[in-house]
Design a protein around this ligand. Structure first.
Ligand code: OSB
Ligand code: MG
Length: 368
């Protein structure tokens, strides 16, 4: 298909809650939305890069620059054979995986829509609904932590993930575990610890967590392997896994026993599929992470999580948790911890251009 037009929009959507992690705080979700057009059909992709380089080295501005200078020119006006062709064109571009992922996912949606098939099926997805959990930001107190867990358990989420940081870890987990002895529970440190400060993580072994997500710095794979030998609780990696090569290395080193696969973090569905296959072959369970995406990125995550290797509940909770209004119709909504996988063409949701226009602060477009 000849790619006739590409539009990059900077979108800002107010969040319904303040989301605090060990690396920062967010009240507005800002992101780059990619629209790729061919034959009158639009495909949509969402860039997961954040405003500042605190989760990943990429930022909204670095991603826009990489897209405008190096990635858009690879496909604009070109006859692209299929969504798989993008990776071969973009392989010369090092890093910048969030920027790549935004364009790759837009092309995947475009090709699936043009073919009249759902993206989930075109990726090899087999589920009609996915099990979802929820990721809860750091709360000011232990009591507020227990209260917010209680609300989300009542909504039926299949697993609760608590953000932790040094000084807000064992106390939170211990209180939540006392209140909910059988709850599938995990924690995410977003790289806030080192081997030297890992004492509280070892203490978490007492609470039957499913895994501890990204305890150490994203470049410290060997340290993760060392920590893994000291812990009974499995380690799950997020920030450390930017590619299939990272996933293979982490598994070979014993740095993790579970993987969080974020489509946008690894450069799109193609790379996510390669990680999926590596993990399945190694017997490592995976789950689909999130970056507080709008309905567009959320729908991509749902399509990916419909693949058979995604055996653990992910972070793709209901759109209405995050936003009063979303860009898509129908909105991705979970019920009793089950999120339906849309069966319509592409990501299976339609972008509401009126809503999108209200949330868009800058637009850049290229026509072939
Ligand atoms: O580490 O998984 C993370 C959000 C932004 C950046 C990093 C992370 C997260 C989440 C939220 O945990 C997941 C979600 O609700 O989309
Ligand atoms: Mg994480």
């Amino acid at each position: 298909m000849r790619i006739e037009k590409i539009v990059l929009r900077l979108v800002e959507m107010p969040l319904k809650f303040r989301f605090r992690t060990s690396f920062g705080e967010m009240t507005v979700k800002r992101f780059v939305l990619v629209e790729a057009v061919s034959g009158g059909v639009s495909g949509w992709g969402e860039c997961v890069a954040e405003t500042g380089p605190y989760f990943s080295p990429e930022t909204i501005d670095s991603a826009r620059s990489a897209l405008a200078q190096f990635l858009v020119p690879l496909i604009l006006g070109r006859d692209v054979e299929g969504a798989d062709a993008f990776d071969a064109l973009a392989v010369r571009v090092r890093g910048n995986r969030m920027a790549k992922g935004a364009l790759e996912t837009a092309l995947r949606d475009l090709f699936a829509r043009a073919g009249g098939v759902s993206l989930a099926r075109s990726l090899g997805g087999t589920r009609t609904a996915i099990e979802v959990g929820v990721s809860l930001g750091l709360q000011p107190t232990v009591a507020e932590t227990v209260a917010i867990v209680e609300r989300h358990v009542a909504e039926g989420y299949r697993r609760i993930k608590l953000k932790i940081e040094p000084g807000a870890d064992v106390d939170r987990v211990s209180a939540v575990r006392s209140a909910f002895p059988d709850l599938p529970l995990t924690v995410d440190a977003n790289a806030a610890y080192t081997l030297e400060t890992s004492g509280p993580l070892l203490a978490l072994d007492a609470f039957g967590l499913e895994y501890i997500e990204q305890p150490l710095h994203h470049e410290d794979l060997v340290d993760h392997a060392t920590l893994a030998r000291r812990l009974a609780t499995p380690i799950c990696l997020d920030e450390s896994i930017r590619s299939a090569a990272d996933a293979a290395a982490a598994i070979a080193l014993g740095a993790c026993r579970v993987l969080n696969v974020k489509i946008g973090r690894v450069g799109g569905h193609g790379e996510a599929l390669r990680i999926h296959d590596i993990a399945v072959a190694a017997g490592v369970p995976i789950w689909c992470g999130g970056m507080l995406e709008s309905g567009v990125g959320r729908a991509h995550n749902i399509a990916a999580a419909s693949l058979p290797g995604f055996t653990k509940p992910g972070d793709t909770s209901s759109s209405s948790r995050y936003f009063e209004e979303d860009l898509v119709e129908p909105r991705p909504e979970a019920s009793r911890g089950l999120m339906p996988v849309p069966g319509g063409p592409g990501i299976g949701v339609e972008v509401r251009r009126d809503v999108l226009a209200r949330f868009t602060s800058e637009t850049r477009e290229w026509t072939a």
